[in-house]
Design a protein around this ligand. Structure first.
Ligand code: ATP
Ligand code: MG
Length: 339
């Protein structure tokens, strides 16, 4: 029997960070044996917020694929492809755009967040319909599971509504997919903001060398109410301890640090120093794999070429089925034949 399918991915807007890892990459790696996985490099979605400096996109795509390989995504088990190499997806998105209202899309919370964070005054039509294009990506390969960070759950909800509406109008063509949120739904940024994000300059990247990790951790936001290391510290909303909980496998050490912190018996510097050690150890095998793959210059291109070809075959098949269900398959059915 065919394995159920996953679709998820990233916009090629820069290297991947710890937030991506806990939000979605860990799930991708874990599920690649049980699911047939499609990983999309969403370069059309990139255009919703970044259409200048496109000269860099080739490099960003390559870095992204190297990050995938580094965390353990196996190109022999999964399909990684470029969204813009599958033009059928835009046709499906056009069809889907008839099935969702403008106010519905205006209510999607990420729209307001992106506009606030990137200081966008008025949304373009493309930014507004971001979730519609995403629905087309997901349903094009008939994915039933979408491993994403919590910020993306509202987008998967739009996909579900579109699939349900399409199926109700034209018959059962699409699965109604579920979002799979990572162990840490949203990893906060090093500056204490709610979300680590490429565009907010508050990230620790999977490819950061030990010196950079150290610099970023030592500069991290902690408990602002604590002036001296003898003041009792707060753990809630303190990203240093959130990262310890997630990335430090030595649970006894974390428990001990927390107890001493609450009691005002340990300085921020020591807590951070131990975090640097934990993160460096976590990143070392990832970076070793990255180095090995980076030495094979034609690998990334081969993965993307083959992946995009396969995704496109899926897309063509799905589009034929969708249009047939809608009665849009003129030449095979709708026109009467002479013979
Ligand atoms: P950008 O700033 O360009 O939007 P980003 O860092 O927000 O970049 P995306 O490409 O938007 O990253 O997200 C890719 C995937 O990673 C999505 O599934 C998203 O939910 C997840 N993700 C991103 N940041 C985090 C985070 N801090 N915690 C958990 N998941 C995250
Ligand atoms: Mg984002």
């Amino acid at each position: 029997m065919e394995r159920p399918r996953i679709l998820t991915g990233d916009r090629p807007t820069g290297r991947l960070h710890l937030g991506h890892y806990v939000g979605t990459l860990a799930n991708r790696v874990r599920l690649q044996d049980t699911y047939q996985c499609f990983f999309i490099i969403a370069d059309l979605h990139m255009l919703t917020t970044k259409y200048e400096y496109l000269a860099e996109v080739g490099r960003d795509v390559r870095e992204l694929v190297l990050d995938y390989l580094a965390v353990g995504i196996d190109p022999n088990k999964s399909t990684t492809y470029l969204q813009s190499q599958v033009p059928e997806v835009t046709e499906l998105a056009t069809i889907f755009s008839m099935l969702v209202s403008v106010p519905r899309l205006q209510r999607v919370p990420t729209l307001k967040e992106v506009m606030r964070d990137l200081r966008i005054g008025t949304a373009s039509l493309g930014l507004l319909s971001y979730p519609v294009l995403q629905a087309a990506d997901i349903l094009m390969v008939r994915a039933s599971l979408v491993p994403v960070g919590k910020d993306q759950a509202s987008h998967v909800e739009v996909t579900r509504e579109i699939a349900q509406r399409f199926n109700a109008l034209y018959g059962d063509v699409f699965p109604v997919p579920e979002a799979l949120i990572g162990d840490v739904p949203t990893l906060p940024g090093t500056n204490g903001t709610a979300k680590m994000s490429k565009s907010l300059d508050n990230a620790i990247y999977l490819a950061d060398d030990p010196g950079t990790v150290q610099r970023r951790v030592m500069g991290m936001y902690t408990d602002p109410t604590r002036i001296h290391s003898t003041d009792p510290g707060h753990l809630k909303g303190n990203p240093v301890f959130i990262y310890h909980d997630v990335f430090n496998p030595n649970k006894a050490e974390v428990a001990e640090l927390k107890a001493r912190y609450r009691a005002g018996k340990v300085g921020d510097v020591e807590v951070k120093r131990r975090l640097v050690e934990a993160l460096t150890a976590f990143l070392a095998p990832i970076q070793e794999r990255r180095r090995q793959f980076a030495e094979q210059p034609s690998l990334v291109e081969a993965i993307l070429r083959q992946g995009s070809e396969l995704a496109r075959q899926e897309a063509r098949r799905t589009l034929v089925d969708a249009k047939r269900a809608m009665g849009l398959d003129y030449f095979s059915a709708s026109f009467a034949r002479d013979d």
